[in-house]
Design a binder for this molecule. Structure first.
Ligand code: LLP
Length: 424
């Protein structure tokens, strides 16, 4: 029995659309959105969810996120444009980023983007300028680095003291920016934002960050008379590697956070702000698999390389973060791992010209031959969105599957796409 994803036979998908191929079961994405509605939006009043589009964005996904009642967090003009061109309502979009250009800010303000999350004091004047030109105040929030070192890979921890993101939670930078915003007719400062990091599996870091932010909220109220009406607590919910391991539930993260916040606000005499979540990976990662065809197998004395037709160009996450993945043979997903030569090391590697082009370092796979198709689980986040054209490889297509039906969400790049805009 072949691997079935979203009710569709994956071998047929590989034959019809070619490989490498990103395949998303949009039923799983919808279920994640529903879970957030049930356990967070409907449980706690005055809350919002903004899906972090950097994890994965195509127009068809923007449509699903909107249909499911969530908003979007974007970080570039390209992400804003993708969302807006899919008909996403601008007021449901928030714009993050530590180095926004003037052009991007102008585009956001003119498009009526719901919130700009300010990351640098200079942004305030630029926002004010374009808001005045548009004749309406722009709603903003200010991102703060709460000074919490998240338990994750150093490259995806963002809330520590000294982070390139946000305003330090101590010192004059933040109070000065708040005072500026309070005195501006064209800036409507709604509150604060923080994001401690990504791929988190415990809640201590969130609770610690909430503790720091509560102190800050109290301080800002006492010294500047400033009330935080909205608090964006970022994303970071972890995704599991294997479909055999049970996925993390959203309440695991949201319950301790909300309880700490409500308790702290009560204790300090603060208004409980509207809480906004920004999960990316958790919504899409486990819904996505990537199909690859085995090109060849090289058996060496100490290691066997299974070389596939993709690699770090379509998924750079092992190369960047030593991210772990699990794969199965699509024509026999239940097959037991094959013990080549009594336990040699099996590595699934890509076709790029680097030894670091690895997809799985120590793979447990059955006997495979050239031409077999494998599926890499949990590869729906930060793969398509981080894909490059390294070695002038075409970016793979994206197919959405649900209830036995498959549809193209993004076409594979063509050879013409690869040279578009180039001059001789
Ligand atoms: N909000 C902000 C401000 C963020 O910077 C991020 C992720 C998120 C939300 C969403 O985080 P998530 O829920 O997806 O963990 N390329 C890396 C991940 C980089 C995350 C960057 N910021 C990876 O492949 O693991």
């Amino acid at each position: 029995m072949n691997l079935i994803w979203g009710g569709v036979d994956c071998l047929e998908l590989a034959e019809k659309f070619g490989t490498p191929l990103y395949v998303y079961d949009t039923g799983i994405i919808r279920a994640r959105c529903r879970e957030l509605r049930d356990t967070f939006l409907n449980r706690w009043p005055n809350t919002r969810v903004r899906y972090a589009a950097k994890a994965f964005l195509v127009k068809a996904l923007a449509k699903i996120i909107h249909d499911e009642g969530l908003g979007l967090d974007v970080v570039s003009m390209g992400e804003m444009y993708t969302a807006l061109s899919a008909g996403f309502p601008p007021e449901w979009i928030e714009f993050n980023g530590n180095a926004k250009s003037r052009e991007e800010i102008a585009y956001a303000v003119r498009s009526g983007i719901g919130r700009i999350i300010v990351d640098h004091p200079d942004e305030l004047k630029t926002i004010e300028h374009f808001a005045q030109e548009a004749g309406r105040p722009q709603k903003i929030m200010i991102r703060v680095a709460p000074g919490v070192d998240a338990h994750t890979h150093a490259y995806i921890a963002t809330g520590q003291t000294g982070s390139k993101f946000g305003f330090p939670n101590e010192g004059p930078m933040l109070p000065q920016a708040i005072t500026y915003a309070q005195n501006s007719k064209y800036i409507d400062l709604r509150g604060l934002h923080f994001h401690v990091g990504s791929q988190l599996f415990d809640t201590d870091d969130y609770v610690k960050a909430i503790g720091k932010i509560l102190e800050l909220m109290k301080n800002l109220k006492d010294t500047l008379g400033f009330t935080v009406h909205e608090l964006n607590v970022g994303g970071g919910f972890g995704a599991v590697i294997s479909p055999k391991v049970s996925a993390m539930h959203s309440e695991f993260y949201t319950e301790p956070m909300m309880k700490a916040l409500i308790e702290g606000c009560g204790r300090l005499g603060l208004e409980v702000p509207r809480v906004i979540l920004e999960p990316g990976r958790w919504i899409v990662s486990e819904a996505g698999i990537t199909l690859y065809t085995v090109e060849n197998i090289k058996e060496l004395p100490k290691v066997t390389y299974i070389a596939v037709d993709g690699g770090m160009a379509d998924n750079p996450r092992y190369a960047l973060y030593q991210a772990e993945y699990e794969a199965v043979k699509v024509s026999d997903p239940e097959a037991e791992p094959y013990d080549r030569d009594g336990g040699t090391h099996v590595s699934v590697v890509g076709k790029c010209c680097e030894s670091g082009d690895i997809l799985i370092e120590d793979a447990k796979l059955p006997f495979l031959e050239a031409g077999d198709v494998i599926a890499l689980y949990n590869s729906g986040a930060y793969t398509f969105s981080m894909a490059s054209n390294y070695n002038t490889l075409a970016r793979p297509a994206v197919v959405f599957v649900e209830e036995g039906k498959a549809r193209i969400a993004a076409e594979r790049q063509s050879l013409e796409d690869l040279v578009r805009g180039q001059a001789v």
